[in-house]
Design a protein around this ligand. Sequence first.
Ligand SMILES: *Cc1c(COP(=O)(O)O)cnc(C)c1O
Length: 340
Amino acid sequence: MHRSEVTLDLGAIARNVRTLLRVLDGAELWAVVKADGYGHGATDVAGAALGAGATALCVATVPEALALRREFEGTRIVVLGPLSTSREIGHARDADIELTVSQDEIPDGVRVHLKLDTGMGRFGLRELPDRAANVVGLMTHFATADNDEAFARTQLERFLAATNDHAGVTRHAANSAATLRIPEARLDAVRCGVAVYGLSPFNTDPGDDGLEPALSWQSHLAQVKLLHAGESTGYGRRFVAERDTWIGLVPVGYADGFRRDLTGTTVRVAGERRRAIGTVSMDSFAVELDRELPVGTPVVLLGHGVLAEEHARVADTINYEIVCGINSDPRRTRRTVANG
Ligand SMILES: *Cc1c(COP(=O)(O)O)cnc(C)c1O
């Protein structure tokens, strides 16, 4: 039996894309598949998203874009990250990949999007240069679309004011949060990442926005034992049994992406919610049981009602970081792609 199994549901990706397209009502949907598709598998996600109506792929780096180009000839691919070496710019030009310019010079012979900093305070130009060749897009990025709509609207106004007389160039600003909450921000195209995966940009239940998590992660009880009162499990004796307590050991740990700060989160053991107890080890963690269960009993770490958003709250982070951290190395887990 594999230590764990990560399953990507392409059907869920396609349904999320169609849900977003319904919301968009005309703007293009560009699927953001950087960081190996937020840990889901960029190529598989990209194929499903394009099949469901997405019209471009966005990544963070040129190497990410080149890997996708090998699979998706003729698809629009945009690198959102800052420009790197001239060598990479050359590769992008040869592979017909679009780049984002956020400072200084615009490289020759390659199609670019100019990124304006309207308040993110990160990469981006303070103002647009005089008309430049090869500019196919004008963009900005919101700092607060998930938690401060007023500031996002201020950014949008600045962007519109700066770009209003640039007809014929694709204008795009919205990430998933803005796509769902700020209709005026949708413009010509939106760049959706997290929502495509069925995760909530607001770290709430994705079902509230009609989204369906596409990733599930399952393991099993590799050992079951009775701790007597006063006995502990794991490093540092962080969990000490107050009374006789059945525990199960799950062969997944922080090296697999089940982070050390997930102690206290719940997973599903034989369909029931059970708490992760004690210190999470590199290769395993423990769950508290209410009775003896057989070795091999399924444990759902993610999916089937166990939300990345819940784990994120326990770990004091965001769902993005939970899924990006899952390690799909075949030496540690089995990855499968389903079409549910
Ligand atoms: C990552 C990224 C996105 C996607 O954001 P989500 O919140 O995942 O939808 C959009 N635009 C830019 C510039 C990004 O870097």
